[in-house]
Design a protein around this ligand. Structure first.
Ligand SMILES: [Zn+2]
Length: 1052
């Protein structure tokens, strides 16, 4: 035997690399033997489809000859290919692949069925015609549906570069080949041994064992001599079969294909992405019965069911087998900050109901791997929807602070908690490589408390999912000494195994899971945010009014189907790249269309329901009705439209109203009970000398305007800035617009960086100085001014104060044509405090208003909903808005984020005219007692005025609650279509309370239920409902703890 030289680690590793390299020595290395024989196709025929057409339509197309090297486009177009496949007879009994690379995404169709996705991007270019070719299958016709886009859309890297509209896609490979499965396996053996040798620590015995093993295999293997293969395979197997001890960490490996429901591609392309990804997955499941794939988002399943019926059948089969596992429970993987509580509950309602109806199962885990932060209300929302577990990995993206746990109890604002897990490998796109496994174990922060973690493998974001090499790696490393054990498993098996450990050892994290990145997404694409807020309110209003109609007119057709359709559109647009504003422009065109559809349909249905309530066949009179869809009595101004007042029937009404606006509409002061429709004549507040209206003033003092109404006094300068407000004795410049530079490091539409705060530029150039619009002869006083933001951008603002209002309002119109600038409005106050409060989903959250620690300062821009508040003992200032979500508070200054101007991935983002409203509300006492929460709710849901046929019989208040501490968040007919009303309330102030509900409905029973509207039989003793029949009234009462959400089934 020759003397063996000392093994140099680097040269040995590189020797192994070259032996399986796709780039070096490919004429003689092992990879060169992967395909042993090749043959061309008999013919390639091409049809340029006019759109994304279904298969049957594609079959009617005119096909022309096409050839290798031919380019196809434009971007987003679809091309169909008919391939005549004639396989050489000598290949019978062999594994035969069709190799197709059009540099784009594609889908293989055989016999009219989608068979498998292809993609040039991840080198998924082979479609297995047969593992063992039969002589009867030598001739076949195969169709390929080519989509002119990459996995990540059409940009080179659309994250930093904008889309390349001129791009074309070239057919570089189209042939048949014989695949050598032994070679494929040995390539993986060598790769894994190489990786172990490379990744293990320098002083590791096991690492050197792998180094010598891989070297021996290469010495032994003659790639041209198959007789040497077996021994090489056994050498590898021997190494992989050297087992761990029992204490080794276990990875629960789950197949995964993150498919963004829209992002760098439109919704329509996602439908096809699902077919391409999931068909690949099914082919793998056929070959690997132990392979388990997790798949979220009911909407994507619904698309596949509609568009790909045969694929759907196959998926159903593998769901039954437990290999294809629905997960998440939601309609889509939504944004985690912006959607309302009710919208989040509907994500689960529609998601879980879909999974139950189609597959007879519900998901047990909330699955949101890629969303940009998670509301502190989620634990309760999940619990309320029957879910106790949560998985994400996105917090690993935080820029400043490392989150201290991977497996922990996550507790929300109400004290509910769920078991949460972050895969410690910091990715939902693992490939099964040795380095990823070692990283997972090394990173795992809960060692000693738990000994297992999730390992999500498969290409993602643009879909695609697991590939065969990943499964082969995981198979080899199931129990290989020195590496974590690998178990192919479902999320349920994983979480159950944690639950069997001692969960008392696990740490607890209270409050939100704040992502220290992507915090520009609370503001980007302002129109989508505005539509979202409006449509969330609108659908809740529609449900309330339609329920009133159902009660009043028993045969009123409650619009179940249309509500389903509209909610699903809204939920779809809450996907985590749509609502955050981080998609390409095409996506927003679709999204805005969906929102307009919701608005059109919901408004028409509301009018129909009101008309149904009010209609009297005997009467030809018309009457105006005030509609209060909220669960508390209101005292506000309503706007009577000019068109309605012009009608002869309203002559008397015109005389009663004293406040005419510029457009001819009138403002009148009304008082309205909760949840009711009432003729306006019964709501008008009769004016007396002591009335609030009569205290409304607008006058000039020196060069300042003063607005006051007895509750609020505001002093404004010529630039529209509040220089003084009730209880502020200092001179401040509140309502000061600020422009910041907004150039992030990388993710343009997503990120605003902390350094933007250092570029503060107050906007102080007036175009028109403050002037009076409406004086105190009216129920509203208002001023107007305009400012120049830059050479391209300007704004106009109306500042108003209503007779009976606790706040000063600002109606704003901005013409915005900036590049990487950020517009905010700033409210310096005199409040002394260490924290600010922010409205979130059915509750509020406190965050520091200082930068004491790195965790505090990383939250320089945060998400809030309808209001934010700075309060000290007995005094505070709230800022209310009707469509904004970004805030920052530092020391005494509260800022509301208004508009951004990122250029990627959508160069048009936020360009154009925007309208939005906000208000500043000074208050005494705390924010709860001062009515900030109710004022903000009303600000977002103005009283409606609907004209309809007159009738005396009008819906009385549907539910009256005896405390303002409990807010009604939904009143709707039950999903099961019984004569049952779902009443959902939450405790809004952050303290426990008892509430008594009075209703004119002759209720038969009231049961607590969950967010999915299932009765909770074991809950009665906690809620303690006392059900009393009175004279034409029912009452029931129950107790709520701080921020508790309770849903009730009220059976009629
Ligand atoms: Zn995503």
């Amino acid at each position: 035997m020759d003397h063996v030289p000392f093994k140099h680690k680097r040269t040995t590793l590189e020797r192994a690399e070259k032996f399986i390299s796709p780039d070096y020595f490919t004429d003689i290395n092992l990879r060169s033997r992967l395909y042993t024989d090749q043959a061309g196709l008999e013919s390639i025929q091409h049809y340029a489809a006019p759109d994304r057409v279904p298969y049957t339509k594609a079959m009617e197309g005119k096909y022309q000859p096409a050839h290798l090297g031919q380019s196809f486009g434009p971007v987003w177009s679809t091309h169909w290919f008919r391939l005549e496949v004639v396989i050489p007879s000598k290949w019978v009994g062999k594994e035969v692949h069709l190799l197709w690379n059009s540099g784009s995404e594609a889908l293989v169709w055989c016999h009219g069925e989608p068979r498998q996705g292809l993609s040039g991007d991840n080198n998924r270019i082979s479609y297995i015609i047969s593992y063992n070719l039969d002589a009867a299958d030598l001739q076949q016709t195969v169709y390929i549906e080519m989509a002119c886009n990459h996995l990540f859309g059409i940009g080179n890297l659309a994250i930093v570069k904008t889309d390349d509209e001129k791009k074309t896609f070239t057919l570089s490979q189209a042939e048949l080949a014989v695949f050598d499965r032994d070679v494929f396996g040995m390539i993986l053996d060598i790769e894994i041994l190489h990786d172990i040798a490379k990744e293990f620590p320098e002083d590791s015995q096991r690492g050197y064992q792998a180094l010598y093993a891989v070297n021996d295999i290469i010495n032994h293997l003659d790639v041209r001599d198959r007789s040497t293969y077996r021994r090489a395979q056994e050498m590898a197997k021997t190494f992989f079969h050297e087992r761990n001890g029992q204490s080794q960490h276990t990875l629960y490996a789950m197949g995964h294909a993150h498919i963004d429901t829209a992002w760098l591609w439109p919704y329509a392309e996602t439908i096809r992405k699902c077919a391409r990804s999931w068909s690949c997955t099914l082919r793998l499941m056929e070959k690997y019965p132990e392979f388990i794939f997790t798949c979220s988002q009911a909407q994507q399943y619904a698309w596949v069911k509609e568009h790909y019926p045969t694929l759907w059948q196959e998926i159903c089969l593998f769901i039954q087998k437990g290999q294809f596992v629905p997960v998440g429970g939601t309609w889509v993987e939504m944004d985690g900050n912006i959607p309302s509580c009710e919208a989040c509950i509907r994500q689960f309602l529609y998601g879980q109901n879909f999974f139950l109806k189609e597959f007879g199962c519900r998901c047990k885990e909330f699955w949101l791997p890629d969303t940009f932060g998670y509301s502190a209300q989620f634990p309760q929302i999940l619990r309320h929807c029957g879910i106790t577990r949560f998985l994400t990995q996105k917090l690993s993206w935080s820029l400043v602070n490392k989150f201290p746990h991977h497996t922990f109890h996550w507790e929300g604002i109400d004290g509910s908690s769920v078991l949460a897990h972050f895969p410690p490998g910091d990715s939902y796109e693992m490939k099964g490589r040795v380095g990823e496994m070692l990283k997972t174990v090394k990173n795992f922060k809960d060692k000693g408390r738990s000994n297992r973690s999730a390992f999500l493998f498969g290409y993602g974001d643009g879909g695609h999912g697991p590939s065969e090499d990943m499964l082969e790696r995981l198979q080899r490393l199931q129990d290989c000494d020195g590496l974590p054990k690998v178990k192919l498993a479902s999320p349920d098996e994983f979480f159950s195994s944690i639950e069997r450990e001692n969960t008392n050892l696990l740490c607890r994290w209270r409050g939100e899971l704040y992502l220290e990145l992507h915090n520009g997404t609370y503001t980007t694409w302002a129109k989508v945010k505005k539509y979202n807020r409006q449509c969330e309110v609108l659908l809740q209003e529609l449900e309330a009014v339609a329920t009133m109609a159902c009660v009043r007119v028993p045969d009123f057709p409650y619009p179940h189907e249309e509500l389903d359709r509209l909610w699903k559109l809204l939920l779809l647009n809450q996907f985590h790249d749509v609502l955050p504003g981080s998609s390409i422009n095409q996506v927003f065109q679709d999204a805005v269309g969906y929102y307009q559809d919701i608005e059109r349909s919901a408004n028409a249905l509301i009018n129909k329901a009101v008309a149904c309530c009010a209609h009297s066949q005997a009467s030809e009179q018309h009457e105006m009705y005030v509609v209060n869809t909220q669960g508390y009595a209101r005292h506000e101004l309503v706007e009577l439209p000019a068109s309605e007042l012009a009608a002869p029937a309203h002559k008397k009404r015109r005389a009663q109203t004293n406040s005419q606006l510029l457009d001819g509409s009138h403002l009148v002061e009304v008082q309205v009970p909760p949840l009711c429709i009432k003729p306006i004549s019964q709501c008008l507040v009769k004016q007396t000398e002591e009335d609030l209206c009569s205290q409304l003033r607008l006058y000039k003092e020196d060069d300042h305007f003063v607005l006051s109404n007895g509750q609020v006094r505001a002093e404004l300068d010529s630039l529209g800035r509040l220089v003084s407000l009730t209880c502020f004795d200092k001179r401040t410049n509140s309502n000061q617009f600020i422009l910041y530079d907004d150039v992030p490091l990388y993710w343009d539409a997503w990120d605003v960086m902390d350094y933007h705060l250092e570029t503060r530029q107050p906007i102080v150039t007036a175009i028109e100085r403050t002037r009076v619009i409406s004086d105190s002869s009216n129920a509203r006083v208002s001023l107007e001014f305009s400012l120049k933001i830059s050479e391209e951008s300007y704004l106009r603002q109306e500042i108003f104060l209503d007779a009976c209002s606790p706040y000063v309002g600002f109606n704003t119109e901005v013409t915005w044509r900036e590049n990487r600038k950020f517009l905010k409005v700033e409210f310096p106050t005199t409040v002394h405090t260490t924290q600010a409060s922010y409205d979130i989903q059915s509750g509020f959250l406190q965050r520091p208003n200082h930068y004491n620690t790195s965790w505090d300062s990383a939250r320089f821009e945060v998400c809030g909903h309808k209001w934010a508040d700075l309060s000290e003992h007995n005094f505070g200032v709230a800022v209310i808005n009707n469509c904004k979500y970004g805030y920052s508070a530092v020391d005494r200054v509260l800022r509301l984020s208004l508009l951004r101007s990122p250029k990627s991935p959508d160069p048009q983002a936020d360009m154009g005219v925007h309208t939005f409203s906000y208000a500043i509300m000074p208050h005494s006492g705390n924010l709860q007692e001062a009515g900030v929460i109710h004022a903000a709710q009303s600000f977002n849901c103005p009283l409606r005025v609907v004209t309809s046929g007159a009738d005396d019989l009008i819906s009385p208040a549907l539910f009256v609650l005896d405390t303002r501490q409990v807010l009604v968040q939904a009143v709707k007919m039950a999903e099961d279509r019984s004569r049952t009303i779902i009443l959902r309330v939450h405790e809004a102030y952050g303290g426990s309370t008892k509430v008594k509900v009075t209703t004119p409905l002759p209720l038969l029973a009231v049961h607590p239920c969950n967010g999915l509207e299932e009765a909770l039989h074991d809950w009665d003793q906690d809620v303690g409902i006392h059900f009393v029949h009175g004279d034409q009234q029912c009452q029931f009462e129950f107790t709520l703890t701080a921020f508790q959400i309770i849903s009730l089934r009220c059976v009629m």
